[in-house]
Each structure stands twice: as structure tokens, then as C-alpha cells.
Design a protein around this ligand. Structure first.
Ligand SMILES: [Zn+2]
Length: 222
């Protein structure tokens, strides 16, 4: 099937979804997913609205690309059993990735390398929903916040980012992985780090192709 035909069938495919990567089957990105092993546990907290979006969700990719990760979907995690079990586990050092004035900047502050497991919660939502999710999840709000300084421009060409330097969940996770590797909390190889964004890149490539075709054909709608 040509790229054009594949794109054209997307609307039909909306009901035909890949339940691994949660993409329409016509643009399933599973073949590009190569999970990597990390010592740090990552927990993707996906806002329900993000889950309902058909395009652009990178929370699922992030989860699928990290062996040591979990993904939960809700609008609030205040009473979420699995999340609270992680928070209450004395063997975990828990953090939430969230930029704020009091955030520990990972570029200058390596995470502890004690016997505990570092656990980083990632909020997969728009800025607006991320704020609401945090407000409605006091257990997550109470965690020490971590952030990073970066100069990487988002490769996410489709999603409208409020600022040029806003990154998708997957790109932000890669920045964290790079810093954790630099500070020796992780021992990831260059090829593992370089390959991490592959499903994301392929998805963007696919969407750019579809948009180009859409512009060429007035009858074409994704
Ligand atoms: Zn898939």
C-alpha cells in the first residue's frame, strides 16, 4: 500500500488500533521500539485527555521503550493504589519531573546512588492538564521535583508547543536519560540513547508525509 493510501485510510483505521503502541494500525510504530534497561524506574502518569488523543501521544512510546517503567492513566492519582505503593515503598527515592523554581536541576544535581531505587514520575499531559493533575494529586505534588536545562529543540513538528524549547514526554525523558548517564546513575550506551527516539521520529516523519499529502489533495483528510 502506498504512503498516500495508508494515510487515506486513517479515518477508517481509527477503530482499528494497535493496542500496544496505541496508534492506528496503519501507522503502528511497534517495529521501531527497542526497549532499553535502566536502573531508574520511570512511571508515566498519563492524563486521561492525552490518552484519548489519537495523534501525538508519546507517553505510550516512553513506556514501551523503557523496560523498567509503568504507565497509568487518570486525571488524579491521589488514591491510585499502584502509585501509592511505589510512593510508600521505603526502598524508593521518588521524584516528579516538573519544571519549577524549586526543582532540582539534574544538570548540576545528580540523583543519589544509594541502595534505594530512584523512581521518576513523568506527567504526560498538556501544560494546562499537567498543572491540574498535580493540583489534584497531592501525593505527587509533595514529591521533590526534578528538571533539566537543555538546548534541544523539539523534533515534534506536528504538536503545537507553547514555546520552541518545550519537549514531548519522550524527548524530555531522553534528556533525563542523558543526564543520568553523564552522572553515572545510568550506564546507557550512545547507541541506546540515539535509538531511544526512533519510534517518535518515525511517527513525526509519517505525520509530516500525511500533512504534505493532505495539503496536495483537498479531499484528503486525516
Ligand atoms: Zn503498534
Amino acid at each position: 500500500m502506498s504512503q498516500y493510501q495508508r494515510c487515506k485510510t486513517i479515518s477508517k483505521d481509527l477503530r482499528e488500533k494497535c493496542y500496544t503502541c496505541f496508534r492506528p494500525k496503519s501507522s503502528c510504530m511497534c517495529p521501531f521500539i527497542k526497549p532499553i534497561k535502566t536502573k531508574t524506574k520511570f512511571v508515566v502518569l498519563m492524563h486521561t485527555h492525552e490518552f484519548k488523543k489519537i495523534k501525538n501521544g508519546t507517553g505510550h512510546f516512553t513506556h514501551l521503550c523503557l523496560e523498567n517503567s509503568e504507565l497509568y492513566i487518570d486525571v488524579s492519582f491521589a488514591n491510585h493504589n499502584a502509585v501509592n505503593a511505589l510512593l510508600n515503598d521505603k526502598n524508593n527515592n521518588c521524584y516528579v519531573l516538573y519544571p519549577s523554581e524549586e526543582s532540582l536541576v539534574l544538570n548540576d544535581n545528580p540523583l543519589p546512588k544509594d541502595k534505594n531505587q530512584n523512581v521518576i514520575f513523568l506527567i504526560d499531559a498538556t501544560w494546562h492538564n499537567a498543572k491540574k493533575l498535580l493540583r489534584d494529586s497531592p501525593n505527587i505534588q509533595a514529591l521533590p521535583k526534578v528538571s533539566f536545562e537543555h538546548t534541544r529543540n523539539s523534533e515534534f513538528k506536528i504538536k503545537e508547543q507553547p514555546m520552541d524549547l518545550c519537549l514531548s514526554t519522550m524527548e524530555s525523558t531522553l534528556c533525563v536519560l542523558e543526564l543520568l548517564t553523564e552522572s553515572r546513575s545510568e550506564d546507557l550506551s550512545t547507541s541506546e540513547l540515539n535509538g531511544f527516539l526512533e519510534p517518535f521520529r518515525k511517527m513525526v516523519e509519517y505525520q509530516v508525509k500525511c500533512t504534505t499529502l493532505e495539503n496536495k489533495s483537498p479531499r484528503f483528510r486525516v
